[in-house]
Design a protein around this ligand. Structure first.
Ligand SMILES: NC(=O)C1=CN([C@@H]2O[C@H](COP(=O)(O)OP(=O)(O)OC[C@H]3O[C@@H](n4cnc5c(N)ncnc54)[C@H](OP(=O)(O)O)[C@@H]3O)[C@@H](O)[C@H]2O)C=CC1
Ligand SMILES: CC1=C(/C=C/C(C)=C/C=C/C(C)=C/C=O)C(C)(C)CCC1
Length: 313
């Protein structure tokens, strides 16, 4: 008898959950206002980070800019201020957890309020084949693209939970959903970032912190220079060209502003994530030229490193 009661209550709970969420799918979701939000962006001096700072400013948010590179970070702040926005810069190495915790306290002290939106955007890639990749670069990629997410979330999530209000954005990659050759460090770190993000999202939902939103952003190649040289088969590239950075950030913002949990940019890249069982994807990769797409990128990195070495010599 009790089992029957328990099962019927569980069934009612599931039906209620589906009804409550299906309305969101049917009705066009409203874009939430973010004027007055305090948005912290890591890697704000870089290609996407800078554009995110400007997009959040366009929507009236105040931005806190963290980057290891103070000059590029200041450049972003200058652009934000020229738009009439408010920007606060901090030179932070997100791989150093004490650096993160101390600067998080400094932000709260300086601004007298809590960060309400966190954009974990900082990212690096080694750009070497597996056995050519120095251990230090493997460790650096994991520390920036994965471990740093733990430190920034531990620094800012407690206050979001206290208010049951906030948003955590993880800038992962399609290479956190499916892989390709010669980017083992990057794929491992981005798969880890996806796992971290999803586990945290489940935790917040399970604990009913429905006011703390999460968005996982998975872009395809973006023309910021980070993957300069990466090339797939020409015919495929015609339908799947590298993304314009501005377009990528606008698509991500559209998702963030409707509290969309996941966005793959462009939509076409949902397919490999959904459709590629292992046996078929080796053939697909060969056909698409995506099995060797990173070779020119690695050669470019080698040339840049060689030129840099000559310049120093
Ligand atoms: N470009 C692409 O094709 C794609 C990128 N992405 C992801 O988007 C995000 C942004 O990429 P993108 O703008 O292209 O990359 P960029 O290299 O242009 O920007 C990354 C920024 O992060 C900074 N950074 C690096 N290490 C640290 C650190 N330890 N502490 C703080 N800041 C650090 C970099 O500083 P510095 O320049 O001094 O190193 C740089 O300003 C990354 O997470 C990337 O993985 C996802 C899909 C595609
Ligand atoms: C593997 C694969 C593809 C190529 C994907 C590539 C080349 C992604 C590169 C992403 C990057 C560089 C992300 C950086 O964060 C296609 C053509 C979609 C077809 C399906 C399988």
């Amino acid at each position: 008898m009790i089992n029957l009661f328990t099962y019927s209550m569980m069934l009612l709970d599931v039906i209620y959950f589906i009804l409550r969420n299906s309305l969101r799918i049917v009705m066009r979701p409203r874009t939430k206002p973010i004027d007055g939000e305090l948005v912290l962006i890591t890697g704000a001096g870089g290609g996407l980070g800078r554009l995110f700072a400007q997009e959040f400013t366009k929507h009236g948010a105040e931005v806190v800019l963290w980057d290891i590179n103070s000059s590029s970070n200041e450049q972003t702040a200058k652009l934000v201020r020229e738009m009439g926005g408010k920007a606060h810069t901090y030179t932070v190495d997100v791989t150093k957890k004490e650096d993160v915790y101390q600067n998080a306290d400094l932000v709260r002290k300086d601004l007298g309020r809590d960060v309400t939106m966190l954009v974990n955007n900082a990212g690096v890639v080694a750009g070497e084949r597996m056995l050519d990749c120095p251990d230090e670069l493997v460790e650096r990629t994991m520390k920036v693209n994965c471990h740093a997410l733990f430190w920034t979330v531990k620094a800012f999530l407690p206050q979001m939970k206290a208010q049951n209000h906030g948003h955590i954005v993880t800038i992962a990659s399609v290479l956190g959903l499916f892989s390709t050759a010669c980017v083992e460090d990057y794929c491992a770190s981005k798969f880890a970032a996806v796992g971290f993000h999803e586990s945290l999202a489940h935790e917040l939902l399970a604990d009913e912190f429905d006011g703390v939103k999460m968005t996982l952003v998975c872009p395809y190649i973006v023309d910021t220079g980070m993957f300069e040289g990466c090339k797939i088969r020409y015919e495929v590239e015609l339908i799947l060209p590298p993304l314009e950075p501005q377009y990528c950030v606008e698509q991500a913002m559209n998702a963030i502003l409707i509290d969309q949990p996941l966005v793959c940019i462009p939509r076409l890249t949902y397919l490999p994530f959904l459709l590629l069982p292992w046996e078929s994807n080796v053939v697909t990769y060969r056909f698409m030229g995506s099995d060797k797409c990173m070779v020119p990128f690695i050669d470019t990195m080698k040339k840049q490193a060689a030129n840099a070495a000559i310049a120093v010599a």
